[in-house]
Design a protein around this ligand. Structure first.
Ligand code: LMR
Length: 397
């Protein structure tokens, strides 16, 4: 039966983590996967999460099935975070939200849902993008095309290129957009550019699908929500996948959500009924624990404040690591100007390292990065940064 099964290539992100785990060197550093670590090199368990979890455990609640779309309290909390307390879309019943298995699950449920609309149009992803975007949409049966996004000379958004690409796409193309902290480049659009993208989505009748995995990691929860809010004002129907993996440091709980903005309450009811079918045939209903923690934190003023403070600390630590990396690279004799690292937003730096340089870092120093040159700045700390800066300076010399 399995004679012809080929060995699949390793996942570019989790496959690298496997290699890192197998590495015996004590001072190895994993800058591959997008995970925030503390200065002690640990994945934090947030105080807000601990408090919510303790209260939850004390309840000894039974673990019955929850609704296919997840609990309504969770879904409302997600909507409020994305669209704001006073959102007229929420009031008018124009947002359909389903708890999903992480951001990945939300993207897949959304992709499956759109595929069932039989629109016969491709999905478009940014060039470059998160490695899994292509896989998810292809697995859902889409032809996947790319739109220009990054200008490697300016290390910013190639907006003219992006506009040209978007304008060339057929009607009903699903356009996957990074709502903030573009993964992998850290290059985000300005508000004015977002407005232009919205105009194009309108005139060309494209389907916007915002992927929001890093809310709170650039400038703040509200500030990072600008793109979603602009779309919300646009009158368009659109999709948002969101995740609490990073912002709550709940990676393994797989807590995410898919939100769909429709034209009316009536449309919402019909969309939700179809969404449930997609979920039912994928995994029936989401697990209880992670979503319950997120709900408890988001709906308690005290825990919410605690969470916001902790999220701000993560954000600030990443910024300080960016600054430290830039100055330590210069101190280590790097000829190149790395100031761009400070301008990049979110967890990553698209460092410009070549695949060969990345390979040398792994072989010679036990420093793991993606072959595209993406490094996770959130994995740097005061103990490993000297080693990393010295090694990078050496391999680029
Ligand atoms: C990443 O980009 O490294 C993270 O989003 C983890 C993942 O699922 O790939």
């Amino acid at each position: 039966l399995f004679h012809s099964v080929q060995l699949a290539p390793k996942d570019p992100i989790f496959g690298l983590t496997e290699a890192y785990v197998a590495d015996q060197r004590a001072d190895k550093v994993n800058l591959g996967v997008g995970v925030y670590y503390t200065d002690e090199g640990k994945i934090p368990l947030l105080q807000a999460v601990i408090k919510a979890e303790e209260a939850l455990v004390a309840k000894h609640a039974p673990r019955g099935y929850i609704p296919m779309e997840g609990p309504s309290q969770y879904n409302l909390a997600v909507q409020t975070l994305l669209f704001g307390n006073d959102s007229s879309l929420i009031k008018d019943g124009r947002v359909v939200t389903a708890e999903c298995i992480g951001g990945t699950g939300a993207l897949r449920v959304g992709a499956d849902f759109i595929k069932r609309l039989n629109l016969n149009a491709p999905a478009a992803i940014s060039n470059p993008t998160w490695e899994n975007h292509r896989g998810i949409f292809e697995a859902a049966g889409f032809d996947v095309v790319e739109y220009s996004y990054f200008d490697s000379k300016t290390r910013g958004v190639d907006f003219d290129g992006m506009v040209k690409s978007l304008e060339s796409f057929p009607k009903n193309t699903t356009v996957v957009l990074h709502a903030c902290c573009h993964n992998p480049t850290g290059a985000d659009m300005t508000e004015a550019q977002w407005r232009q993208v919205i105009d194009i989505c309108k005139s060309k009748e494209l389907i916007p699908f915002l992927d929001m995995a890093y809310q709170g990691f650039a400038d703040g929860i509200e500030q990072d929500g600008v793109a979603v809010r602009l779309f919300a004002q646009s009158g368009l129907s659109f999709f948002v996948s969101s995740s609490f993996s990073k912002s709550f440091s709940l990676y393994g709980e797989r807590v995410g959500a898919l939100s769909i903005v429709t034209e009316s309450k009536d449309e919402s009811a019909r969309v939700m009924s179809q969404l449930k079918r997609v979920i039912r045939t994928n995994y029936s209903n989401p697990p209880t624990h992670g979503g319950a923690i997120a709900t408890a934190v988001l709906t308690s003023p005290e825990l919410r404040q605690l969470w916001e403070d902790e999220l701000a600390q993560m954000r600030e630590r990443i910024k300080s690591m960016r600054e430290a990396l830039v100055s330590k690279l210069a101190a280590a004799g790097a000829k190149q100007d790395f100031e761009f690292i400070n301008a990049q937003r979110g967890m990553f730096s698209y460092s410009g390292l070549t695949p060969e340089q990345v390979e040398r870092l792994q072989k010679e120093d036990g420093i793991y990065a993606l072959s595209t040159g993406r490094i996770c700045v959130a994995a740097l700390n005061t103990k490993n940064i000297d080693k990393v800066a010295t090694a990078i300076a050496r391999v680029i010399a």
